[in-house]
Ligand binder design. Structure first.
Ligand code: THU
Length: 134
């Protein structure tokens, strides 16, 4: 596995954060992913007047990875400016498990530089993944 560029990931996640479209919750989230080819893509949450159509930063970030032509992610950062670090929601955990290995790291970071890291398996043990369809 290649070296994870945590600092670049946090910077990219912050840029995503600045672009968040969250007029309803006012809860801005940025995310950034490092692909197996060491590309870094980011995303932000995008809300909707029909609230349930909101898409989280993590899933928009992963969509950017796929649009860029990549499908494997080595590391993911979630950035917010919340004192309590923001973990990925349940829906995002499922999507993360589709594109990241079970031992790959997901890190929550905030503006105070607090951080917490989980493996994908810690976030979603015994995930249903493409392997289960074989
Ligand atoms: N949100 C994310 O983008 N990622 C998370 O990990 C948690 C929640 C968004 C969805 C919604 O726009 C706002 O945060 C409040 O739930």
């Amino acid at each position: 596995m290649s070296v994870i560029k945590w600092q670049s990931l946090v910077e990219a996640a912050k840029k995503g954060y600045q672009r968040a479209y969250a007029p309803y919750s006012k809860f801005h989230v940025g995310a950034a992913a490092q692909t197996v080819n060491n590309e870094i893509l980011n995303g932000c949450n995008v809300e909707n007047a029909s609230y349930g159509l909101t898409v989280c930063a993590e899933r928009n970030c992963i969509a950017q990875v796929v649009v860029s032509g990549e499908q494997k992610i080595n590391a993911l950062v979630v950035y917010t400016e919340q004192e309590k670090l923001t973990p990925p929601c349940g829906a995002c955990r499922q999507v993360i498990a589709e594109f990241m290995a079970q031992d790959a790291p997901v890190k929550a970071v905030n503006h105070l530089n607090n951080e917490k890291t989980w493996t994908v398996a810690q976030l979603l043990p015994d995930a249903f993944t493409p392997k289960d369809l074989l």
